[in-house]
Design a protein around this ligand. Structure first.
Ligand code: C2G
Length: 130
């Protein structure tokens, strides 16, 4: 059985998130999603997500092509998560191209093209200007 794993914040959930999760799921029979914690986001971006980690996990776990969800607490733990969930494929958007090649000893790594013209940051900017 091929188990796929992917990671993301998925804040202010939008169609770009749906597209990558749907395409990630098509690479195997099960899709496991690591949702970045509020603390991990603060350490990466110096701001907290709009939606809390528990709400973001609830949204992702309700999708029909997602098998299970867990909290991603550190970018450096990728390999541990891959082993723990016995994933054979890691899928990420191509904004992360090359960044996770270091786990290739453990699983296949696939970077998929991002959905153009939509992002959480742009949505926040548009709403801010209203
Ligand atoms: N994404 C996409 N198209 C968009 C926006 C996002 O395909 N228009 C993808 C990203 O490439 C990523 C996933 O959706 O694979 C989640 O994106 P973010 O929520 O922005 O995740 P990020 O903050 O990059 O966290 O361990 C990695 C991190 O947790 C990823």
């Amino acid at each position: 059985m091929n188990r796929v794993i992917t990671f993301g914040t998925f804040d202010v959930f939008h169609v770009g998130h749906i597209n990558i999760l749907e395409r990630a799921a098509s690479y195997g029979e099960e899709l496991i999603v690591g949702v970045s914690s509020d603390a991990l986001n603060f350490s990466k971006k110096q701001r907290y997500p709009i939606y809390s980690e528990s709400d973001r996990m609830k949204i992702i776990s309700s999708l029909k092509f997602v098998t299970s969800v867990f909290l991603e607490e550190s970018l450096e733990l990728k390999l541990d998560y891959i082993k723990k969930y016995k994933a054979s494929t890691l899928v990420m958007g191509d904004d992360w191209e090359g960044r996770f090649d270091w786990v290739k000893s453990e699983c296949d790594v696939i970077y998929l093209p991002r959905t153009p013209s939509i992002s959480t940051t742009e949505i926040i900017e548009v709403v801010r200007k209203l």
